[in-house]
Design a binder for this molecule. Structure first.
Ligand code: KG4
Ligand code: ZN
Length: 336
């Protein structure tokens, strides 16, 4: 079964062809990073326009890379929620426009759940459920109890900034490039993670929700304090701040995941989303789970960030369950 996946929820225009839910024959990602760079963040209107320009060439390339024709496709899967509404509409309208004349099922999928399924592409039949899944991205920090490929119950989420958003904003404050996550990751190698004691927000005891806005403000005050006292902040201090900030985020992410595992008595963790590319996060998760029975699934960086293969993969499992959409399906900025 060949599924054409389409992903346009934020600033990546992506199309992929996935065979039988686990084999990506193609996975084309056209990133808008350069367009948004000068604004230091994703500008929704700019993103929509860029998706409109890119979507058909990207789909074309995904078919060519996979060496299949449009009429060979058995279903079209598309991320319809959550995301930037205008951006989602571009992918969804394209998916509808293809599925109707092709007379193939249209499958609307949740972008966050698709991030979880990226591990199916990486680990194939070795990925098992139930598991605690953690989607850590620019827009979300969401813990799930995943009972199967298509059954994901939200256990906790961020109350304010997503982890990736915090990385991006702190990087901007420190004068690092965009997107900020990879920059903080890189600069932190030169810094001391214990140099500055930034706050760790755990919220109410036992809570699986997250909050990163206080940490972001603490970094701002620390940075301003240094500037006022010395007139400048040098490179080694920037590296120390970046490493200490990263450590504070990673501490909370790892500890809350351990809590979720314990509470639900599970021994599998699936990571997904752009922030799970972070080298310190990966190292800390590996260390925390090393002497336990818990298996860690953490896909390669290209599958962690937004891509359409993960959308096609989830589409496959939804199609097996006959969870098909009609042409009336709508996009939604927030998942219902
Ligand atoms: O999953 P994703 O590609 O898009 C969303 O659905 O949001 O995640 C993008 C986010 C950005 O905030 C980016 O800064 C962050 O992932 N990111 C990282 C790293 N690579 C990407 N954050 C920390 N360390 C990284 N190495
Ligand atoms: Zn994403």
């Amino acid at each position: 079964m060949l599924i054409l996946g389409i992903e346009t929820s934020c600033d990546e225009t992506s199309a992929a062809v996935v065979e039988d839910g686990h084999k990506a024959l193609s996975n084309v990602v056209s990133t808008q990073e350069r367009l948004h760079q000068r604004f230091g963040g994703v500008v929704p209107e700019v993103a929509c326009r860029a998706h409109i320009e890119a979507i058909l060439p990207v789909i074309d390339k995904s078919l060519r890379d996979a060496r299949v024709r449009l009429r060979d496709v058995d279903a079209v899967a598309v991320a319809t929620t959550p995301g930037l509404i205008g951006a989602l509409l571009v992918g969804m309208t394209t998916a509808k426009t293809l599925s109707w004349p092709l007379k193939v099922p249209l499958i609307a999928v949740n972008h966050l759940h698709a991030h979880i399924l990226a591990s199916r592409l990486e680990y194939g039949k070795n990925l098992h459920f139930p598991a605690i899944s953690f989607v850590i991205s620019g827009g979300h920090t969401s813990l799930f109890l995943s009972r199967s490929e298509t059954d994901h119950q939200t256990l906790g989420a961020t109350l304010d900034d997503a982890a990736g958003e915090a990385f991006d904003k702190v990087a901007k404050l420190l004068g690092l490039g965009y997107p900020g996550g990879p920059e903080i990751d890189r600069v932190s190698w030169e810094g001391n993670p214990a140099a500055v004691s930034f706050p760790r927000s755990y919220l109410a005891p036992g809570s699986l929700d997250f909050s990163f806005s206080g940490l972001k403000t603490a970094v701002l005050y620390h940075y301003r304090g240094l500037l006022e006292r010395k007139g400048k902040v040098d490179e080694s201090e920037i590296a120390d701040i970046a490493a200490s900030f990263q450590e504070a985020v990673v501490d909370v992410l790892v500890n809350k995941t351990l809590l979720a595992l314990k509470r639900h008595n599970l021994n599998r963790v699936i990571l997904g989303g752009g922030v799970s590319c972070n080298s310190r996060l990966r190292e800390r998760f590996r260390k925390a789970l090393a002497d336990t029975r818990v298996k860690l699934y953490c896909p390669s960086p290209l599958l962690c960030t937004d891509n359409a293969a993960m959308v096609a993969c989830l589409g496959y499992y939804k199609s097996l369950k006959k969870d098909i959409s009609t042409l009336e399906v709508e996009a939604a900025a927030q998942a219902g």
